[in-house]
Ligand binder design. Structure first.
Ligand code: LAC
Ligand code: ZN
Length: 468
């Protein structure tokens, strides 16, 4: 160990850490209550440093995990116990905004919202907006193929990644593609790296596609007396040819929980939640002409009229920018808020949009069968339901032995509905035991062989994605 520490100290000087506080800080992300202590944290600044670090780890068989802002929800960036934590936080430059081509080149440690704000100055738009956009890194978004509310109209991170500079586990630095919108040249290595959760290569530069920035948006909060009908209404909106820029679902408890959490933290979001309202849809439309957006909203409302549990009189129209900010804050806080009330597990189920009501029914049925409480919310327009399962009064045996059986049953249903295990949070550590539900052995072996081609010594983020 001492030899290793002196090699890395020589390479990085003060940016090689072995002190207790740093080690503990980098031992976890935001995944449940999991933590694994690395023996060292490294914070390189250049691609050359990353290359030297990986070449050394490859040569000495040292486990190393690339780490972003530690906002992940599946444990993708939790280092191996006694492994090395490779934090990308110092590689945080927006290198070039190419206005002529609507592209931006960034380093992985740039905060997603900082990137969005920077390109906004040029009238450009980077749409993917995970709930943690104010703190997560773009590199982590690429590694996990993150989504967010706007995915429903604009797509997820993968849809914007044109080219990547990566360092292979043996230390070789390379570009995966070209800075072009079309590319039919060889295997698509760029998209293989996207969503590979830091298991194939370390991302050191990212070229992203940008869009013109929409100039207006409208936002409504729509109450329903039935959560199942709220889900049914979502696909009805799309079947009527309307594509909102966000279509989010919050169960009653999710709204209340978020409101109370914000209040405890000194933020009042005074939105009336009536006793009979079981769910809300938060629907946004965006574009370039306000009148066209008003038409969209009216069309959406007339589609919703078909549902008898829709309360037209209680629709809340965000009249000001401040109203919009508050509604989005309420939605973006749900995850944190739910977690603050109990030990929890968060599933990131995703099904074809039309199957969302069936998925929700199954979640509640399983809750009755296995005696767990769930709070559901998420990106209904994408069929992407976050199911937060609370430990509450469950005893340890129920939690540790019964719940995995219930989750297995849930994922089996998801796959039956032609969906899959994770829409945007990744597999990481916490979902790998369920991979056999989504893939047969041949597919899993194929993926493991790809991992081996990239990383023959299995040093890079080992133990993730695949069941041990
Ligand atoms: C959200 C995160 C948890 O949608 O994905 O709030
Ligand atoms: Zn989400």
């Amino acid at each position: 160990m001492e030899n290793h520490v002196s090699f890395f100290s020589e390479l990085l000087g003060q940016y090689c850490y072995t002190d207790r506080i740093t080690i503990e800080t980098y031992s976890h992300d935001q995944t449940e209550d999991i933590s694994q202590l690395p023996f060292m944290v490294l914070k390189p600044k250049t691609v050359e440093e990353v290359s030297k670090i990986l070449a050394y780890c490859h040569q000495h068989n040292l486990a190393i995990t690339p780490i972003g802002a530690r906002t992940g929800l599946s444990g993708g960036a939790i280092p191996n116990q006694n492994g090395i934590a490779l934090s990308m936080e110092r590689m945080n430059n927006v290198i070039e905004i190419d206005e002529k081509n609507h592209q931006v080149t960034v380093e992985p440690g740039v905060i997603t919202e900082v990137l969005q704000d920077k390109v906004k100055e040029y009238g450009l738009f980077y749409p993917p907006d995970p709930a943690s956009k104010g703190s997560c890194f773009i590199g982590g978004n690429v590694a996990e193929n993150s989504g967010g509310p706007k995915a429903v109209k604009y797509g997820v991170t993968k849809d914007y990644v044109l080219n990547l500079q990566v360092v292979l586990p043996n230390g070789h630095a390379m570009w995966t593609g070209a800075n072009v919108l079309k590319n039919a040249t060889g295997y698509n290595l760029t998209q293989l790296i996207v969503g590979s959760e830091g298991t194939l290569a370390v991302i050191t530069k990212i070229v992203l596609k940008l869009l013109p920035l929409p100039t207006c948006d409208l936002l409504i909060l729509v109450p329903f007396r039935s959560v199942i009908q709220a889900c049914q209404a979502v696909s009805e909106i799309y079947q009527n040819g309307i594509i909102p820029s966000a279509c989010e679902l919050m169960e009653r408890e999710a709204m209340i929980c978020s409101q109370e959490y914000l209040q405890k933290n000194g933020v009042e979001v005074p939105i009336p939640i009536q006793k009979h309202h079981q769910a809300h849809l938060l629907i946004e439309v965006d574009g370039f002409k306000n009148e066209a957006l008003m038409d969209d909203i009216n069309n959406i409302l007339s589609v919703l009229e078909k549902f008898d549990s829709f309360d037209a009189n209680d629709v809340l129209f965000a009249a000001t920018e401040e109203d919009k900010k508050q509604l989005w804050m309420l939605r973006r806080t749900v995850g944190h808020a739910v977690k603050s009330i109990s030990v929890y597990k968060e599933e990131d189920t995703v099904v074809p949009r039309y199957a969302l009501p069936d998925l929700l029914k199954k979640v509640k049925e399983l809750g009755d069968k296995y005696a767990f409480r769930s709070i559901c919310y998420g990106h209904a327009g994408d069929g992407n339901l976050h199911v937060n399962i609370l430990k509450d009064t469950m005893n340890d045996r129920q939690w540790n032995e019964q719940l995995p059986i219930a989750i297995r049953e849930l994922f089996s249903e998801v796959v039956k509905l032609k969906g899959t295990l994770s829409g945007e949070h990744g597999i990481g550590l916490v979902q790998k035991q369920y991979m056999d539900i989504a893939f047969d052995q041949v597919s899993i072996q194929l993926m493991k062989q790809i991992k081996k081609v990239f990383d023959p010594n299995n040093i890079l983020n080992a133990g993730k994605i695949f069941p041990s």
